[in-house]
Design a protein around this ligand. Structure first.
Ligand code: ZN
Length: 182
């Protein structure tokens, strides 16, 4: 029996804190306009159907945007709390099928979500540039496939690198979330 039959985790999530988490993650230095980058931004009410989704207006270029504009979370049917849970489960290395079971979603929907999350939360944000001394956490080298297909799939599988990136994102989110909930 999936755990979701016992506890509906999504129903216990706090929408306000989910949006606060996104804001903290994408704008750690304060809200900036995704169009022109200006920090000269004023709040402009909230989304009509999602009361915790803050809208903004840029005083420099007059463009309007909100918490999710320019992220993979924008324009999707699933509420933000479902995306946050999905990212969390990805960090626990759950399969798409397991995540689908926990969230009560179709596997195909979850597959689409995890693919998008692996490509990066904020698809249109500039790539991070590494400078100075860089430390790599883990490197898996697959020496041979013989007799160990599970190990190969687990460590060097087709989306190994992408999965690693997703786990890093998820870990960072959990860290941020702990800080914001503290
Ligand atoms: Zn602007």
């Amino acid at each position: 029996m999936p755990a979701s039959d016992l506890v509906n985790l999504s129903g216990l999530m706090d929408d306000a804190k989910c949006f606060a988490l996104v804001r903290q993650h994408r704008w750690p230095e304060g809200v900036g306009c995704p169009g022109c980058g200006s920090p000269s931004v004023i709040r402009d009410g909230c989304d009509d159907t999602q009361p915790h989704r803050q809208r903004y207006r840029c005083k420099a270029c007059a463009s309007r945007f909100d918490d999710l504009t320019g992220t993979v979370l924008a324009g999707h049917h699933q509420p933000l709390r479902v995306w946050v849970l999905c990212l969390y489960f990805m960090g626990l290395n759950l399969s798409n099928r397991q995540i689908a079971g926990e969230l009560g979603l179709a596997v195909s929907d979850v597959q689409a979500m995890t693919e998008q999350l692996r490509r990066g939360l904020a698809a249109k944000m500039p790539a991070v540039e590494l400078t100075g001394e860089v430390e790599i956490d883990e490197v898996y080298v697959v020496a041979g496939h013989k007799g160990q297909p599970e190990e190969v799939a687990k460590r060097g599988g087709s989306d190994g690198a992408a999965g690693w990136q997703a786990r890093r994102d998820a870990a960072r989110w959990r860290k941020t979330s702990r800080q914001s909930l503290a």
